[in-house]
Design a protein around this ligand. Structure first.
Ligand code: PEP
Length: 260
């Protein structure tokens, strides 16, 4: 019997300045509390741009909100002459619990390789941050039927040399690129196929017990009207939500999927 607590994580991408972040987090908190959301049953996470993190930290700590937060990227270095980079020590000082690593937009637009992402996973753990490690195939690979091989190979490369004590806490987000921001949602069966394969790969790399405890999220056009079907699948433990996380009421509905 798995003890995995579902997670709903809102990836704001490059949206919302720090003033808008205040409004969004406040509204999300009120809406969840209004709906009597049990944060122990479904974990709620927001992933704002770097410039919003201090504001979110002040609200979460000051008002003792049950919402957790994290960053969308991390430098492989902890300090030094790396203009424009944001380090792990800076993120942990800001109270971040999580950091997204390897989102397809960074893999594609910033040419982030699995070798680099592996170093980012190390940097996150070195600084007490839990990676939300993204993986997933593009349309050509899906059409060729190679989605499982492609995605598990990414996971294996990104976790190279990461010890079990660390990997036990990782969160993995399976996000087929063709379903991100397109309105094209993978079927619950599509999501289950790859999430189950990722879990099997973790069992092979580490142990069945470790694999059973790792949360695997699905991401790609998740909305309140499709989340229930996706969450019904055995190996799907939550969602990484882009567009729909920018609307407090819609994201709150997604978080409260158990009461839908
Ligand atoms: C994402 O950016 O991680 C994502 C899943 O976006 P969307 O929900 O908008 O498809």
């Amino acid at each position: 019997m798995s003890k995995r607590i579902p997670m709903m994580a809102g990836n704001w991408k490059m949206n919302m300045d720090h003033v808008q972040a205040t409004q969004l987090v406040q509204k999300l908190d009120w809406t969840l509390k209004d709906g009597k959301h049990d944060f122990g049953v479904v974990e709620v996470v927001v992933l704002p741009p770097f410039t919003d993190l201090r504001t979110v930290q002040t609200m979460v700590e000051g008002d003792k909100l049950d919402i957790r937060y994290g960053a969308q990227d991390i430098s492989v270095y902890d300090d030094g002459a790396y203009t424009g980079e944001i380090s792990g020590p800076m993120l942990s000082k800001l109270g971040c619990s999580y950091v997204v690593i390897g989102h397809s937009e960074r893999r594609e637009y910033h040419q982030e390789s699995d070798e680099l992402l592996n170093k980012k996973v190390e940097a996150a753990y070195r600084n007490g941050l839990t990676p939300i490690l993204c993986c997933g195939e593009g349309l050509e690979i899906r059409k060729a039927g190679h989605q499982v091989a492609h995605t598990v190979a990414q996971i294996e490369a990104d976790l190279k040399g990461i010890p079990a004590e660390q990997a036990a806490s990782i969160v993995i987000a399976y996000e087929p690129i063709w379903a991100i921001g397109t309105g094209e949602v993978a079927t619950p069966e599509d999501a289950q196929e790859v999430c189950a394969a990722i879990r099997a790969k973790l069992a092979e790399l580490y142990s069945a017990e470790l694999a059973d405890g790792v949360r695997i999220l699905y991401g790609g056009s998740v909305k309140s009207d499709n989340v229930v079907g996706i969450m019904a699948k055995e190996d799907v433990d939550g969602a990484l939500v882009g567009g729909a996380s920018l609307k407090a009421e819609e994201f709150a509905k997604i978080c409260m999927f158990t009461t839908a």
